[in-house]
Every structure is written in structure tokens, then in C-alpha cells.
Write a protein that binds this ligand. Structure first.
Ligand code: PMP
Length: 329
């Protein structure tokens, strides 16, 4: 039995991807985070952040949680908040998939869609969320980027689950980062159990994290349509993550993999999940045959049907998938 909807977060299956693994001669394991009640890996961070506020006595019944988010954290926070009697105010930039806005409205979040402007602009969604929380008496700001309850949730749950479900036999863990909570927490948990497990960032273009891991600099090259991942600054949840290596994945490979996974593995996932699988497969191929590499299937494809899975959108972005095999890897 589970205690409320928050009790159903986590303990997701670790899925061996049979066709991909057979094709590359290494086992790729995907953590099925799209099966969480809010549909994404961010449910874990949301529960961890709310649990922490409650422990510290910062949330009274009927209290309000404010957050700036690409969408998934807002969805996770609202799911948990609804179950526990809190309200959410969710600030989202206007360049995200419309399905996420619709879901937030349906869940009852007080949704504020703001212009997508760089972090340096005071109108950036992050600063607007902080200002809103400060202006509302008794409200708390989740602050997923700097609040280490995010990383702690992954260190306590996602990481140990992956290690145990892999039977302790894992050569590498590869994933992308938005706040870095997932990669930071999972990497810490895995390294604590087996220091030989390689931890690797898969980064989209338009993010500075690849150059940070590789060279210690914050250089940005190109751009990406990936949602929820890639960042141009170092935040607390990413800082200090024990990451050994990084690779960059472009949108073409992300889109080809998303459609390949749908048609060949029966896995209908979002762009970041597809990008992660590309990164995991490419890194696995640098390891000896038989290697085992885990990654995160962050969310499902349903919330990207008007983009990643829409023929007109793909054509407009010149990203129409064409692969019949895995040659794009
Ligand atoms: N994928 C998606 C779709 C997301 O929304 C997020 C969170 N922004 C991530 C991946 C990255 O997770 P994290 O914040 O733990 O780095």
C-alpha cells in the first residue's frame, strides 16, 4: 500500500532496451521515470522539496508553493500539493510545449506564462518566481536550481534504485541535466556504492555544461529544441556533481532516437529521454563489448505530441526523421 499520491513516486522499473542493446553489443538500461504519477523524473524532486519544507515547518495547511519551471517540476509540485492540501503558482517561459501548460491548468495550478528571456534579464521566469514568492505572505519558493532537497531526493531514491535494479553490475551512468539534480544525486549514490562506475553528462547544443565538464569553461555553441535540459550557468544542484565525462548530442540524433524508440522498443518518450539514450549508446560503444550503461527516461512522449511527434513541426524545424536503422548513432 502507498501513502497518498506522493507514495507512488519512484520505484520505477529499470528497462533493458533489447533491440538497441543487441544492435550495439552493450546493454542499455532505461529508468522509466515517465511512469511517475506526474509523468516525469521531476516528481521525485517535487516530493523531496515539499517534504523538506514540511520538516522545516515552512508550509502550513493551505499554504502556497511558487516555482519557475520548464513545466515538469511544476506538474510534479502540483500533483503532490493537491494531495496534501497546498496551492501552487507556476511560472513558465512561453517557449515550452503547449501540452505542459494545458496539464498544469487541468491540475489546478495558478499558471503564469512569461516571455522566454535570458537568465540575465530580470524578467526571466526564475527571477519572476522568486519575486512572486516574496510578494505573497506565507508562500515558499521551491527554487529547484539552488535547493539541494532536489539532488538529495535523487541521491536517496533514483541512484540506489538504479544500482540495486542493475544487480550492482553497472559500468556507466549517462544523463542530461536541467537543474543537475538527477545527475548530481544519482552520480553521488552510484559512486558511493562502486567508485568505478563512470558518470557522464549528455548535453544538448545551446548548453554550457559540456564545456564546463570538459574544460572548466562556460562556452555555448549552437542551440536545441530539447525541453527541460541544458543550462548556461552552474547552479548548486549541478555544482560538485561527480561527473567524469561529457558528450554532446544534436537535435537530429535526438529526434531520430525518439521515433526509433517508439517504433522499435515501444517506448514513447520525450526529447530529453531520447537524447539520453543516444548519449548512453554512444558512450557504451566506447566501452568493451557487454558493458552495461544506465540512463534516465525522463518523461513520456504524450506531452510533446504537438512538437517532437508532429509532422508539420518537424518539417518546419527540418528535423523530419528518416532513419530506418541506427546509423545515426
Ligand atoms: N528532462 C526533462 C523533460 C525535464 O523537464 C528535466 C527537468 N528540467 C530534466 C530532464 C532534467 O532533470 P534535472 O533537473 O534533474 O537535471
Amino acid at each position: 500500500m502507498r501513502d497518498g499520491v506522493a507514495g507512488t513516486i519512484g520505484n520505477t522499473p529499470l528497462i533493458a532496451l533489447p533491440k538497441l542493446s543487441a544492435a550495439i553489443g552493450r546493454t542499455i538500461l532505461g529508468k522509466a521515470e515517465f511512469l511517475n504519477p506526474g509523468g516525469s523524473v521531476k516528481d521525485r524532486a517535487a516530493r523531496g522539496i515539499i517534504d523538506d519544507f514540511e520538516r522545516r515547518g515552512l508550509l502550513a495547511p493551505g499554504g502556497t508553493i511558487v516555482e519557475g519551471t520548464a513545466g515538469n517540476t511544476g506538474i510534479g509540485l502540483t500533483v503532490v500539493a493537491n494531495g496534501r492540501g497546498y496551492r501552487t503558482v507556476i511560472v513558465v517561459p512561453d517557449d515550452q510545449a503547449p501540452e505542459k501548460y494545458a496539464l498544469l491548468r487541468t491540475l489546478g495550478a495558478d499558471l503564469r506564462i512569461v516571455a522566454a528571456v535570458p537568465f540575465a534579464d530580470p524578467a526571466n521566469y526564475y527571477h519572476q518566481a522568486r519575486a512572486l514568492a516574496e510578494s505573497m505572505p506565507g508562500a515558499v519558493w521551491a527554487n529547484q536550481f539552488e535547493n539541494l532537497a532536489n539532488r538529495d531526493a535523487h541521491e536517496a531514491t533514483t541512484g540506489p534504485e538504479i544500482y540495486d535494479q542493475a544487480g550492482g553490475a553497472l559500468d556507466a551512468f549517462v544523463t542530461s541535466a536541467g537543474t543537475g539534480g538527477t545527475i548530481g544525486g544519482v552520480s553521488r549514490a552510484l559512486k558511493a556504492r562502486d567508485a568505478s562506475i563512470r558518470t557522464v553528462l549528455a548535453d544538448p547544443y545551446g548548453s554550457a555544461l559540456y564545456s564546463y565538464v570538459k574544460h572548466g569553461t562556460l562556452d555555448v555553441e549552437g542551440d536545441s529544441n530539447a525541453e527541460g535540459i541544458g543550462i548556461k550557468r552552474i547552479v548548486a544542484n549541478f555544482s560538485g556533481a561527480p561527473v567524469d565525462d561529457a558528450l554532446r548530442v544534436d537535435d537530429r540524433a535526438m529526434v531520430e532516437m525518439a521515433h526509433w524508440l517508439t517504433h522499435h522498443e515501444g517506448l514513447f518518450v520525450g526529447g530529453s529521454a531520447a537524447l539520453n539514450v543516444v548519449g548512453a549508446a554512444r558512450f557504451a560503444r566506447m566501452l568493451p563489448e557487454g558493458a552495461r550503461v544506465a540512463t534516465i527516461l525522463c518523461d513520456g512522449g504524450d506531452r510533446y505530441r504537438s512538437r517532437l511527434y508532429d509532422a508539420a513541426w518537424l518539417a518546419e524545424k527540418e528535423l523530419t526523421p528518416s532513419a530506418t536503422d541506427l546509423s545515426f548513432l
